[in-house]
Ligand binder design. Sequence first.
Ligand code: AMP
Ligand code: GLY
Length: 421
Amino acid sequence: MNILILGSGGREHALAWAVMQNPKCDRLIVAPGNAGIAQIASCANLDINDGAAVCVFVEENAIDFVIIGPEAPLAAGVADRLRAAGVLVFGPSQGAAALEASKAFTKSICDAAGAPTAAYGHFHDADAAKAYVRTQGAPIVIKADGLAAGKGVIIAMTQNEALEAVDEMFGGSFGDAGAEVVIEEFMEGEEASFFVLCDGKNVLPIGTAQDHKRVGEGDTGPNTGGMGAYSPAPVLSDAIAERAMTQIIRPTMAEMAARGTPYQGVLYAGLMIKDGQPRLVEYNVRFGDPECQVLMMRLGAQALDLMLSAARGTLDQAKVQWAEDHAMTVVMAAQGYPGSYEKGSRINGLDAIAEDSQHMVFHAGTALQDGVLAATGGRVLNVTARGDTLADAAKRAYGMVEKIDWPGGFFRRDIGWRALK
Ligand code: AMP
Ligand code: GLY
């Protein structure tokens, strides 16, 4: 079959890498892609948030299956446009993508589904929000309702910080995303990511991972899109995963179906785990980036079959062949990220790395400039390896990092520290 993947990050490189290993894939196009993806698939220039343009591209290129990587096209209704045109697509409808696009929507679904999550209030103006902050005290979490590229969450350690955050959000510093604000109880515990595939009726867990959101070692400094990940996440034991399925995921899926917006695609549940009990931090309607990189390393070619089952509504017949091993990905980012950073610095040494089913460098913000690999984004490379133990995977991944000659980049040396300690 001819397959189109939408997106350009490390997540999409990993998806492309897994899909290409499956004999069902005859031709793969990734739009817009990046320099790493271009080594294994065709890349095409396309406005992936423009549903009409995507439909035309699909028709012209005889695409049989579309996999949507990031949240923006999902929230823009690209999956709906494709389905209306009779195209097989992996990814939720615009209505179902509200599970990521609106934090207030997700909280209301949790209320209706009885899913454990932080206590909250939902506000349309600063005065009411501040009154709520004063009754709750600190620490407290202030969230812009809409999509804010992972930046719309402020964890306020003092009441003053919280009041300032409220003013900032209603003052427009997050644009339309902050027109409504959700204020949440601060949850303590250890965070982990749980990934399930859904076909509107059936739900199939496909793996666990732990991300490292802070830029600095020891989980310090500002939040990023994620500086590294590993899978599986031991904190999300089978028993806790089962609890998350029965208390959070399945009730959410039932509520979505009951509202006429059945969920189809991958659902990424960010969980806070304390004393053996998972609570929902957030949903994302896509694979995590960089969590996808470690999941794809461990799933390999079957990832395509699983995504096809989700798209076709046949997940009840699908089975996951679990890999017994561990995977780790170390993100290399441009100096300055997540603040301002320079573009165009040269990256050398990738040729010295032998890539195989155990070792892969997935590209994020890269491009070829005059035949030389250059960094064009904040997060640039995802250096990924598998091993029999997490320590083996870490040794291999950091061994690969050592071979990469990129003075304009940096990375965290402690990915996996919680599980390795
Ligand atoms: P979100 O965009 O909702 O995932 O929030 C970003 C990050 O903020 C999460 O991954 C958590 O680390 C943290 N966070 C969000 N909500 C809470 C909460 N209620 N309690 C503690 N930490 C939170
Ligand atoms: N790595 C976090 C995310 O994809 O949202």
